[in-house]
Design a protein around this ligand. Sequence first.
Ligand code: SF4
Length: 383
Amino acid sequence: MSRKTTKDLETVELNPVVPPRRALLDWYDKHRRVLPWRALPGEVPDPYRVWLSEIMLQQTTVATVKPRFDAFLDRWPRVEMLAASPLDDVLAEWSGLGYYARARNLHACAVAVVDRHGGKFPNTEKELRDLPGIGAYTAASVSAIAFDRPATVVDGNVERVVARLNAITEPMPSVKPKLRALSVPLFEGDDRERPGDYAQAMMDLGATVCVPAKPRCDRCPWFDQCEGRAACIAHTLPRKAKKQPKPQRVGLHLWLVQQDRILMRRRPEKGLLGGMLELPTGGWQSVVAARDADYPALMNQLPLKGRWRMLPGSVGHTFTHFHLTARIAVPHGEIIEPDGEDWRWVSIDELGDVALPTVTAKMVRHAMAKMAEPDADLFEAAS
Ligand code: SF4
């Protein structure tokens, strides 16, 4: 085992564990995962597939991404075809994967690759980072995996392996910069053999051997070098800071159906669920607990004039930074028709073809179920 100091670590005085690269590459050659976006041994990686998978895998599991990746690739086998496709088609295909800004950036990035680079992805981290939706991690990973260039690729799996190798007991997320610094000599030290395979080997080691709850250290190529294993604390690493409860918000949305069409509205382009369809609402209100919701106040903010009754029950949805509890109101009497280009009547038959974010799809299902209940317990409130 060797320990090295790199220029990245000068200020933090770290002494990282750098186990033999060859041991991990040999392990990878025997145990690598077969994934739809990954080149088989001897094949040249396709940057388009690598990039597409990296965008899809942000915040989404491998199991969820696999079938969706195949569907995307069937529909748009080349970046030029994706770039030429209407954004709405891309958003519809993305439906249910969440974080819709990714889908918008995906489309914008495809357009940029075609316009700026003639349909060929650039190979340096710097040029990749200039493209829409590509941050430091994705640039490093595409550069390493698609172009076999040395880059420090630190995802959650790699953080776990590095925390254990070095027996780092400080909690996440504040320890992240330290884990990244400790990773640099692993990826970009003196030995830079097969950078693309090495990055994927690190990810595979974390996903299949150095797994969160019970690391399978007896199968690990770095068993001898691992300080966390030697100290019998590997399974507790990386430690996590105590979680703060998520803030709560509440909302009131409208269910207006005419001639088998549902009234929806497009959200503002910028911000959460940017440009996606929602059941009309006057906005969400921060509360200490969902029971503190002030529904009369929310009624007064509704974007349509009329009288409304609330359906029983509520819809819960957890976003990255808060939890939403939404109730649905239905019209009670005349409604003044909306005016403006944000509004859209969506045919019930068309629901499977439009890009609905998960939270809107949940509300639609909830409203349909409650409206179908013959004895639905409705009560009245006027806007
Ligand atoms: Fe992870 Fe165990 Fe390998 Fe250490 S020895 S890197 S804890 S699997």
